[in-house]
Design a binder for this molecule. Structure first.
Ligand code: CU
Length: 292
């Protein structure tokens, strides 16, 4: 990546870090802190475009050292280094450079959606309302058509630039697919569903290519796209919040939710964010398959 090489050359002092790990990329992030977690392990930042990596957006960023966020408060303007690895990303060298009033209505963060989203969150035990989609083969597919086997469903978009977000969900699902196949009690009895909330870009052919990249077995792993408003409404019931820029529809600010639905179409559990593991999901899936 040209942009990264330039960055590495420009930062002679840290060039060892650049040269040391082939898969490590570093970017400069400039923006305003919207919130900081109480234990200082994460800050949500409304940041400017990161040239060569991602458009301007608001999203949570981890730090590996909580000291990085000491003295950092909502409203602070910061400069930081964004370190991006194959399956991790974090901020370091966080420096406060100023302060500004927070916008009146801060963008939705990874927190649970509020009543303003207008849709009530589904609770465990409640029936998931049906919705209509189009799958990676261009066929119409309703959510209720998955009834009969447990469904593990997540919400992603294929152009997501953050390795700790959508790409991580993809990797988790690929890992789960493999573990399901390796377990005779589970093989072929659980369906994976990845729903894209970027239907403008994620057309069926794009999703099909994405599925191939992930090594997805389409018999038990389905990729869905469809009408954007329908998808937003459906996803909101699980706590997914998606905000798109008015000027660039591909500029998407979003959180992560993954849901386990039982064979009868009732919600079992929602995994929030990216902290869950494939093994956790499998442990939750097992009793649901058994109850089938
Ligand atoms: Cu994403």
């Amino acid at each position: 990546m040209r942009a990264v090489l330039v960055l590495c050359l420009g930062l002679a002092g840290v060039s060892a870090a650049c040269a040391g790990k082939a898969d490590q990329r570093e970017f400069t992030l400039q923006g305003q802190v919207m919130s900081v977690t109480p234990n200082h392990d994460q800050a949500t930042v409304n940041h400017e475009e990161i040239k060569g990596f991602m458009t301007a957006m608001t999203m949570p960023y981890k730090v590996h050292d909580p000291k990085q966020l000491d003295g950092i408060a909502p409203g602070d303007l910061i400069n930081a280094k964004l370190v991006v690895l194959t399956s991790d990303a974090y901020l370091t060298d966080v420096k406060k450079v100023g302060q500004a009033p927070l916008p009146a209505a801060p963008a939705e963060t990874a927190a649970a959606p509020t009543a303003s989203s207008g849709f009530e969150l589904l609770k465990p035990g409640e029936a998931v309302p049906d919705a209509s989609f189009v799958d990676q083969g261009g066929r119409k597919r309703t959510f209720s058509s998955f009834k009969g086997s447990p469904v593990l469903m997540t919400f992603i978009y294929t152009k997501c630039p953050m390795p700790t977000f959508c790409p991580l969900m993809d990797q988790h699902f690929a890992a789960i697919q493999k573990k399901l196949k390796d377990d005779p009690a589970l093989n072929g009895r659980v369906h994976l569903v990845s729903v894209s909330f970027d239907p403008i870009v994620d057309t069926p052919p794009v999703l099909k290519a994405h599925a191939q990249t992930l090594g997805a077995d389409l018999k038990t792993w389905t990729f869905l796209t469809g009408d954007r408003d329908d998808i937003d409404r459906f996803a909101a019931r699980f706590g997914v919040s998606v905000a798109r820029s008015l000027t660039d529809q591909r500029d998407i600010t979003h959180n992560l939710r993954t849901a386990l639905v039982d064979p009868g179409g009732k919600l079992v559990k929602v995994y929030i964010g990216n902290e869950w593991t494939p093994d956790q999901a499998l442990a939750d899936v097992k009793p649901v398959v058994g109850a089938n």
